[in-house]
Design a protein around this ligand. Structure first.
Ligand code: DGJ
Length: 307
């Protein structure tokens, strides 16, 4: 992997791994990304598989543009596809479902019996009445699923999902950027993702700066319900997170170690299709998270060792 360079698939096409969600099932990494063929407008959720997070096979559109479904129609905006597998074995995709003016602000659900789909679209809603734009998901060791959702009117919410993952049950915590930075009112973080390591929960997010990058931050807590620590930098301050925005942090558990892979986007606002992935090793240890710059690197999926 070389951060800042595009991945290509088995056909030589640019892998559409934007706003990506990644899970590992039966030893295979699956990635669901925003297909930016139509720029910001919905071009489908592209699904890829990989043995090593570096070589990608395009498996088709897990969720395609569909003029017969208002939420999936051409011209809509759908971002940050994230998948979890329920205890019953259903693959549940959560999405940021939008209108072109970003006023819709809803979460959508789709389901499939296979990770690569095709997924059946169910519906969208504002969870508990709250606006919801960027999302992330998290599944705890006990199978409890969570939705992480940006609601600038109140802050970044962690919602507990129902056991079938198909609805939101309650907000377990909400965090805000320092109120002094936002005298006009609440704000919070976007592009959220969460991991658990050595019993501690790490929540990552970015500031709200559109397609521009900023110094992304993280907080830690003993539970998804908090209490969350102060938010801190995980990349050198001023580097704008090596000019990227966090999309997901992926734990890779191997025979020797558990490593973490940061997958971020370097958005090209005028050419979103070619927005570059900035994927880097992340050291997570003793309550601290730190992004480590590498010009090129690999991860051994069997051992978890990064070199
Ligand atoms: C920032 C978000 O993180 C992206 O997913 C996208 O919605 C852009 N804003 C749009 O400006």
């Amino acid at each position: 992997m070389a951060p800042g360079l595009l991945f290509t698939d088995q056909h030589g096409d640019v892998a559409q791994l934007h706003g990506v969600g990644i899970r590992r099932y039966d030893g295979v990494f699956y990635a669901w990304g925003e297909d930016k063929t139509h720029g910001g407008a919905f071009g489908g959720v592209a699904c890829y598989s990989s043995p090593d997070l570096a070589t990608w096979t395009f498996l088709g559109h897990a969720l395609a543009v569909d003029g017969a479904v208002p939420d999936l129609a051409p011209g809509r905006v759908i971002e940050r596809p994230k998948v979890l597998r329920s205890a019953a074995g259903t693959y549940v995709m959560l999405l940021h479902v939008e209108s072109a003016d970003y006023g819709y602000a809803r979460v959508g659900w789709a389901i499939s019996d296979r990770p690569e789909g095709p997924y059946t679209y169910l519906h969208s809603e504002r969870p508990l009445g709250n606006i919801s734009r960027d999302i992330g998901v998290f599944m705890d060791d006990d199978g409890t699923g969570y939705l992480l959702s940006e609601d600038r009117e109140h802050g970044l919410h962690v919602y507990r999902l129902a056991p079938d993952l198909l609805s939101v049950e309650e907000i377990v915590s909400t965090t805000l950027t320092p109120p002094s930075d936002h005298p006009a009112g609440p704000h919070g973080y976007e592009s959220p993702t969460m991991v658990k390591h050595d019993g501690l929960y790490y929540l990552f997010g970015s500031d709200l700066t559109g397609w521009s990058t900023n110094d992304n931050k993280y907080a830690t807590a003993p539970s998804p319900a908090g209490p969350w620590s102060e938010w801190r930098d995980f990349a050198p301050p001023g580097s704008a997170t090596y000019d990227s925005q966090v999309s997901v942090v992926v734990p890779v558990a191997g025979s020797e170690t558990t490593s973490h892979v940061y997958a971020g986007d370097r958005w090209s606002r005028d050419d979103l299709y070619h927005s570059a992935p900035v994927w880097l090793p992340m050291r997570i240890q003793d309550g601290r998270a730190e992004l480590e710059w590498r010009d090129t690197w690999t991860i051994d999926p069997a051992t978890g060792v990064i070199s």
